[in-house]
Write a new protein. Structure first.
Lengths: 349, 349
């Protein structure tokens, strides 16, 4: 498809400029729809930062590295608000499922006798350890809604503040410059097919190495109870246990972005799409479980509320385990030899 | 093996007398080792009651039915104490696993600052919602230990009382009579091979029908979250969900006891041993979860204790789900056609 004639720097620049254009479109869209605009901004920021990492030998590091740091700051800032929204929806949905109630609204509205915008529902039940446990689910939902809505509102303010900051304007200027010119290294003059597949292959290899180092055999045994092991232990235990999985999720994203660059000749690995979904689910369950543990530390909550939060925490840790199980089965049963030759002639462009 | 010459009643009587002998041996053993003696008494009581049910057409119902009722009373009475002991061990072990602590003793002894025989650990923490959640595991263990040890002590007293009662002496007399003479029906005069395999086959068929009516397809999907669904709902929901599985466990026991009678020619179904283990695990997890929910209703427990109990409850419901998963896989993958002809020439004697 003519990749022979294109230099590595040329293909790389084309991809970066495409992403820079998306970024600037996101910026101009912000007046109309913040949510859509932020998703666009975040997606292009992550892609630019990702390929600057994978294809680092092609770009002037003095320019690329500070830019990557700024892009990481922006995408982290933009990511928080939707994460809190997703987390709340996930937890209220889980509480609904756990209490076998009809709808999320049913769980929330069952938080009688207080209206949802009244004082903390716990106050009414404080000291009422003998209160029906079923009420705990509704109170836990109300507590999580308050806490996560507050966090979401704060994240929204932080985003607005960031978007108005001189730091953001500096970043937007860099992206605007990027749309017209990318500072390349001399090595970028080599033909694309001599450089890009090797660098994309390294990103893929880093993913495979990290995924193969996960405890996949254990995770592939259903109901191994590994993920829930730390449910009542120190939080550090869960963090240490989850970290390698989060790392694989990041490496997977890098490998996928690297594969989007024209001429990268990515591996024909059909697992990647589903694997990304499963690791995202793993992350959401892991962070939701942590949010529940945090809510359980709220002073003066009723025992029934704490009990429901405990059930919910364990449930989310089992979701973590379920995601690991599914990932392990996916990665092992369709497992390719990571050292095999690249699949011939596979292009995503 | 000479079964042709034996009448159905003869084989049935031989088995009953063997069990009656075991019962009387258990009775005489009681002065030395209560635990061993009770296990022997209970095992033979369950077997006699079981075969009286399965082979009902062979025994005089006016004699058999009141005897079965008395045997059911005795085995239920004798079963309670070991059940509480097993339940406590299971729950303390689960708390140890969930808090990733070293030993069960570590969990219990971590219930600082109170000694294990001091006043309720909750008192110290009452109102201390911000207390570290990790302490909750130790307090939950201490609470469960108190409650289940009390229940066990009461069950022990109830057993002692039952063994000294005129009701028990009446039952023991019936068993002593049974050891020498079983009141049979006229039909029991038929050859064993014409009667016993059909009755044992009916017991097996009742088991298969009930097992096949379970939601095996859903249970065979790992992490289906079915068993935990009722964790925060009404207790009735869990009871309704678990009941068919408990029923299969009872039918499985009846089929196994029926197969022990000489000449019963039981099906060569290799699943039965493992299936019994899994359904026993299902029952223990189900009843342990209920005990945790009950403990969570203790007035004035600390939120951290309630939280740990919530985690533990969900964990035990996941154990319920894990047992169903394993049973479903076992029953389906090695599944035999329940309507197939009996395996030829298979005898356990």
């Amino acid at each position: 498809m003519g990749t022979v004639a294109i230099s590595a720097g040329g293909a790389f620049t084309a991809y970066l400029q495409q992403q820079a254009t998306a970024f600037l479109r996101g910026l101009s869209l912000r007046g109309e729809s913040e949510t859509e605009a932020d998703a666009l901004l975040r997606g292009s920021a992550r892609r630019i930062a990702g390929v600057l990492h994978t294809y680092a030998p092609l770009a002037d590091p003095g320019w690329a590295e500070p830019l990557r740091a700024e892009l990481a700051w922006l995408s982290a800032t933009l990511g928080r608000e939707p994460q809190y929204a997703t987390r709340l929806a996930r937890l209220v949905d889980a509480l609904r499922r756990l209490s076998a109630a009809g709808t999320p609204e049913a769980v929330l509205s069952a938080a009688l006798p207080l209206p949802s915008d009244g004082p903390p529902a716990e106050v009414a039940a404080a000291g009422g350890g003998a209160a029906p446990l079923a009420l705990g689910a509704a109170r836990a939902a109300a507590l999580l809604e308050r806490q996560l809505t507050l966090a979401r509102t704060r994240a929204h303010s932080a985003t607005l503040q960031a978007m108005g900051s001189s730091r953001f304007h500096g970043l937007a200027d860099s992206i605007a410059v990027l749309a017209s010119e990318v500072p390349l290294t001399p090595g970028a003059a080599q033909p694309a097919h001599e450089v890009l597949p090797a660098l994309a292959g390294q990103a893929y290899q880093r993913l495979c190495d990290a995924a193969d180092a996960l405890p996949l055999h254990r995770a592939a045994l259903p109901y191994n109870a590994e993920a829930v092991q730390a449910a009542l232990g120190a939080e550090l235990t869960a963090d240490l246990q989850d970290a390698p999985w989060h790392q694989v999720r990041i490496l997977l994203r890098l490998a996928r972005y690297a594969a989007e660059v024209p001429g990268a000749e990515p591996r024909a690995d059909e697992r990647l799409g589903d694997a990304a979904t499963l690791l995202q689910r793993h992350r959401e369950a892991s962070e939701s479980a942590a949010a529940v543990a945090s809510a359980a530390r709220t002073p003066r909550i009723a025992p029934a509320t704490a009990y429901a939060l405990g059930v919910l925490h364990a449930d989310q840790r089992h979701e973590v385990e379920a995601a690991r199980f599914a990932f392990s089965r996916l990665w092992q049963t369709q497992g390719q030899d990571a050292n095999a030759a690249p699949a011939p002639g596979v292009r995503t462009e």
